[in-house]
Design a protein around this ligand. Structure first.
Ligand SMILES: Cc1cc2nc3c(=O)[nH]c(=O)nc-3n(C[C@H](O)[C@H](O)[C@H](O)COP(=O)(O)O)c2cc1C
Length: 372
């Protein structure tokens, strides 16, 4: 599978478009993931084993994982995490995934809209409302852009561009540091996020601002600072799946960056560690958990730890690249696995699941990671 086509001019903007295509290719070839077992001493998804029941005392057909997010009904606590747009193939993939998300009634996030904010003709790659009229949609902009001149108005443009229900400001400092020519001036980012939250809260129709990591996790301290800044929600995207240091290292041409990507391959918190960290700081905030979610059992492991919903990125994109049918089939499998997990733990609905579910054991993570 080769997505890189044509001769692109090597201007700054074109470099970013090329990077986006190279990222998609690197993310999908199976060599950019750091799976659980490769993380020594970390709490990973496979450590979480549900206490099953042989007596579910409900009918499988009645098991209902439906919920609500951003004031809209959703069929299950699952979303397609932000990935793409801004390149022709990315636009086509966004529409494919958005159509599937609408059909299944699960939320969807577009990838970074920076290119469309700068090159308006690219906006069409992100506009999916016509094929996804009813589901929660997330806009997406890199938080570091806020210290490079973007303000609340630019974030609002991103929201309006796709008629989003909420906006993700992504926090990808460790990706940028591995990326050749990445944006590494992060002084003042938190204050600028706070400015966006204040401006958005004052809008006639307030749009929730979510902050999200991209695969290195959020700590309890990050959570406190972001909540104080005014965010309405978080995506604690942690390690266990796509590693952005590996991807950036692999697409880098300079050996120093290639090495840095390898050295930082498993930097940060795993996704379950990150959920526990966030919840130790804030019991209520809307929390999406992504990073390494590969099955419906993984989704429910994160819900059991306290996430509001879970997000899946690269496996969905991999299926969408194959075909819309493959994407639909993959997500239908995940939804079935979610319901099977609920049935196998004797829980008819999510409320029941959140109250009753137990793990057989959570292997004690190293105490320096988690201080609840
Ligand atoms: C090809 C690709 C592109 C991505 N682009 C973005 C992006 O533009 N903005 C963002 O917030 N996250 C982005 N992500 C991060 C994902 O949303 C997700 O947090 C991360 O990949 C971990 O999930 P996974 O292990 O299921 O892939 C991207 C992921 C992939 C695989």
């Amino acid at each position: 599978m080769t997505l890189l086509t044509g001769q692109l001019e090597r201007s700054e903007k074109m470099r970013r478009l090329e990077d986006k295509l190279a990222h998609i290719e690197a993310a999908l070839d199976g060599r950019s993931e750091v799976v659980g077992g490769q993380r020594w001493g970390a709490l990973t998804l496979e450590h979480l084993r549900f206490r099953p029941t042989a007596l579910p005392e409900c009918d499988f057909v009645s098991v209902d994982p439906s919920s609500r997010l951003l004031n809209k009904p959703i069929a299950a606590p699952l979303m397609i995490s932000p990935m793409t747009g801004g390149v022709e193939r990315g636009g086509e993939l966004n529409r494919r995934m958005a159509r599937v998300a609408e059909y299944l009634q699960i939320p969807f996030g577009v990838g970074s809209q920076r290119v469309a904010l700068e090159v308006p003709s690219r906006a069409s790659d992100f506009k999916v409302r016509d094929v996804a009229p009813s589901i929660p949609l997330f806009a997406n902009v890199g938080a570091v852009q806020l210290v490079k001149g973007y303000g609340p108005d630019d974030i609002k443009r991103a929201v309006d561009m796709i008629e989003a229900d909420a906006v993700y400001l992504h926090l990808n400092a460790m990706q940028e540091v591995v990326q050749e020519g990445g944006d590494t001036h992060w002084t003042g980012v938190l204050g600028k996020i706070s400015d966006v939250c204040t401006a958005f809260a004052q809008q006639q129709k307030p749009v929730p601002v979510f902050a999200r990591e991209v695969g290195f996790g959020l700590t309890a301290q990050d959570t406190q600072r972001l909540v104080e800044a005014g965010v309405s929600g978080l995506d604690c995207a942690g390690g266990g799946g796509t590693s952005w240091s590996l991807i950036e290292g692999r697409v880098a041409s300079h050996p120093q960056h290639q090495r840095l990507g390898q050295v930082l391959a498993d930097w940060g918190l795993t996704t379950p560690e990150s959920v526990l960290e966030v919840r130790s700081a804030d019991k209520e905030i809307c929390l999406i958990a992504s990073g390494g979610v590969r099955t419906g059992i993984d989704v429910m492991r994160l819900i059991a730890l306290g996430a509001t919903a879970a997000g899946m990125a690269s496996p969905v994109l991999r299926a969408a690249v194959e075909s819309e049918e493959a994407c639909l089939q993959f997500l239908q499998n995940v939804l079935l696995e979610i319901r099977a997990t609920m049935f196998g733990t004797g829980c008819r609905d999510l409320q029941d699941f959140r109250k009753k579910v137990q793990f057989l054991s959570i292997r004690q993570p190293p105490h320096e990671f988690i201080a609840i």
